[in-house]
Design a protein. Sequence first.
Length: 321
Amino acid sequence: MIFSIHRNAPALAAALIGLTLAGTSTARAQMQGMDHSHMDHSRMQGMDHSSMPGMDHSTMQNMDHAPMQSMDQAPMQGMEAAPTESRTPIPKLTDADRQAAAFDTAGHAVHDKGINSLFLVDRLEWQDARGGNALNWDFKGWIGGDIDRLWLSSEGERSGGKLHEAEVQALWGRAISPWWDVVGGVRHDFKPGSSQTWAAFGLQGMALYNFEASAMVFAGENGQTAARLKGEYDILFTNRLILQPAAEVNFFGKNDHGRGIGSGLSSTEVGVRLRYEIRREFAPYLGVTWNRTYGTTADYARSHGERRSDTRFVVGVRMWF
């Protein structure tokens, strides 16, 4: 039996190989007729194609590309280029065109010729003076433009029902810089003594750090001369609470017994006022002032029963329009 199997082994091997080839051909035929549209090929992306050495891509290098190079590209070369000029030529720009495009600026409204005005009640105050209460005032204002202005001012004092000092000034001012004006005009004194008129000339404006200052000289009747220096400065504690120190110094050229004025340094006044601006146009204040006379003026004051110096408590209001 064993001998019979060994003798027929070649025939059995040939039969098995034939069956295998027949099955492979049948499976291949079935796969060619199979609908692959319903198969999920996404799993094939992970396949390692390096294990398929039977695929030889080098044969693509031997492909003949000459037919592609021999393609006739003449129709593409014959296409017309885009035009570089307009069908309707643009005319050249002329002077008449430029003049028509420009507009006339004559008569353009500006602010440099405007007329403005300001009236300031710098001080209107009650003072606790020796021998009775006193009313003190200092008004000033101007009207005009940025360069030329008319300045008007008045200051004085009334106490015990009588007018003790009063003067008015009318000055024409011209700006010589953004911060300074040269002024000239007239000053008239009503009191003390008999009234008199002065010619006035000076400089006023704002110095460094917003320090307001003025320096005036006067030429009066009978050869009398005088000079006055004034200055004040605002110290802002807040935008509305403001402390204002102020000072004034007066000089005269000669003695005038009728008006109680002596030559040289005649009088000084130093004060400090604290105001609160309820509105920018309206500010009540309180403060203190110190007045003193010197030289012959002090002698005239003592002869009338007055002291050389006087300290006063003040309450007032500051307004502007």
